[in-house]
Design a protein around this ligand. Structure first.
Ligand code: ADP
Ligand code: MG
Length: 472
């Protein structure tokens, strides 16, 4: 069991270094190991969208990372786990899809054994399932989330017809920092007691609902029904894709906001970084209140652990975690809330199965793989511009300007090169962020610097030093 987990940790590290930190966090942070059996490994992800994305883009790499650890593995089954206990409606669990590679050929066969029929409007408007544990009562407030929490509370306490204070409320934060928890808390609070209709949808659900509605030609009914709600809560907006869905999202957003209905959105990045959305949507999103939730500080982590233990004790009265263990976990599991939850679940499972009290020694053993080295931080284009400008003694506006003097051109090219290599931003997006330049200009800059660093040691050292400053 433990060795299986160890192996899984190693596979994850391989994957992480293989695809890079950003890609890893976006697509694989929520992938769990379900089982290893003979030649096949079963992995799960929380949403259908993640499943299809990983299958379409990363199936081979996941398999080869496993093969590097376990050569006998020939198949990866990716399933959608029901992450939450459905309340409103039974959640369909998508059938596993196989990823195979035969005789080492790099061909991939993706076979969808069954596709659950989506019943158009009903399905979309039933909302995404809610987890009964994710309420305001169990949400711990700390420095990282005070503002987001206050704003969410305010929204949840509104009544039909009240003037809307900030619209949309847009919350962004990295994985596992409490976005879904907060959004579901708003939904629970809003739907209990008040006469308002609050609808919680993942962006994925919004997409599938809309696409399905279009197929069955009930798009009109879908739109009407969507517009008939008081609060629309959309989670993981970064996954919204496709032109027609976006256009529809844009209409819905405008219609709701103009009608004085509240919209609450969560995403893993600020509106300005949602590259695939068009400018009008972005500016509409940025026009309300945009709040970032920071990483969980140690106090907050301790609070979350305590709240988890208290919740577990409601069902397992004998379960107890000594203070020193909680302190240890809060100090060492720094990554995100999901790992904190995982740690408590493991201690609970272990102490129940073996009928043993939780001790520090047991905790150290059980959560070893959850303790990760400090994550490299996410680098922003603004940071790159700031650091480069400082290094070359020019201003940031020089970098964005159209000036072509040598003392600005080179730093600008270096900055664009760093933006391409250190972030996941596309060339057009980088061009846009550098004073509205064309993507070919960015490409030219990237190639130029690439060519230069291989011959010019001084420049290459400068670039390395800039990278270090940015990664600090
Ligand atoms: P996100 O949607 O931002 O990826 P989640 O809301 O799913 O993150 O949070 C991950 C886990 O951490 C959940 O179990 C959640 O309950 C817990 N968590 C995160 N922040 C808090 C908080 N402030 N209080 C209580 N639990 C939290
Ligand atoms: Mg979430």
């Amino acid at each position: 069991m433990t060795s299986e987990q160890d192996r899984w940790s190693r596979v994850k590290s391989r994957l992480r270094s293989n695809v890079g930190e950003d890609v890893y966090t976006s697509w694989f942070a929520r992938m769990d190991l379900e089982a290893v059996q003979d030649e096949s490994v079963r992995l799960s992800v929380p949403t259908r969208f993640l499943k299809s994305w990983i299958q379409a883009h990363y199936a081979e790499r996941v398999l080869s990372c496993w093969q590097a650890e376990m050569p006998e593995v020939h198949r990866i089954d990716l399933t959608v786990r029901s992450a939450v206990r459905p309340i409103a409606q039974p959640k369909e669990v998508a059938a596993p899809v196989e990823v195979r590679r035969m005789d080492g050929r790099p061909a991939q066969e993706l076979r969808s054994t069954a596709t659950a029929p989506v019943s158009a409007t009903h399905d979309a408007l039933g909302g995404s399932p809610l987890d009964p544990r994710l309420t305001f009562a169990s949400f711990v407030v700390g420095r990282a989330n005070t503002l987001a929490h206050a704003a969410a509370r305010q929204v949840a306490e509104g009544r039909r017809g009240d003037p809307v204070m900030f619209n949309p409320l847009y919350i962004h934060a990295g994985v596992g920092l409490g976005k879904t928890h907060l959004l579901q808390a708003v939904t629970w609070a809003g739907n209990s007691g008040s006469e308002r209709k609050v609808l919680y949808l993942t962006a994925e659900k919004f997409m599938y609902g809309f696409v399905a509605a279009l197929k069955t030609q009930t798009a009109l009914a879908f739109k009407e029904a969507l517009r008939g709600i008081d609060v629309l809560v959309i989670d993981d907006l970064q996954f919204l894709q496709g032109k027609s869905t976006q256009a529809e999202f844009c209409h819905t957003l405008n219609a709701l906001i103009d009608a004085g209905r509240q919209v609450v959105i969560a995403a893993d990045r600020p509106p300005s970084d949602l590259e695939s959305l068009d400018d009008r949507v972005r500016s509409r999103l940025a026009g309300g209140l945009v709040v970032e939730m920071g990483s969980l500080g140690e106090d907050l982590r301790l609070g979350i652990l305590k709240s988890r233990v208290a919740a577990a004790r409601a069902h397992h009265a004998s379960f107890d975690v000594p203070e020193e263990v909680l302190t240890y976990l809060a100090r060492t599991i720094t990554h995100n809330g999901r790992d904190l939850e995982g740690a408590i679940n493991r201690l609970l499972a272990h102490s129940k199965l073996n009928n043993q009290p939780v001790t520090l020694e047991m905790a150290e053993r059980e959560v070893r793989d959850l303790i990760r080295p400090q994550e490299p931080k996410r680098i922003k284009i603004e940071d790159i511009q700031r650091v480069v400008a400082r290094q070359y003694n020019v201003s940031r506006s020089d970098l964005l300007s159209s000036r072509r003097t040598a003392n600005v051109v080179r730093p600008r090219q270096v900055a664009m090169y760093l933006a391409k290599t250190l972030t996941l931003r596309s060339l057009p997006e980088i061009g846009r962020r550098f004073g509205g330049r064309d993507h070919t200009t960015v490409l030219h800059a990237v190639r130029k610097i690439e060519a230069l660093v291989s011959k010019d040691t001084a420049l290459s050292e400068e670039v390395e030093s800039l990278k270090r400053q940015l990664q600090e």
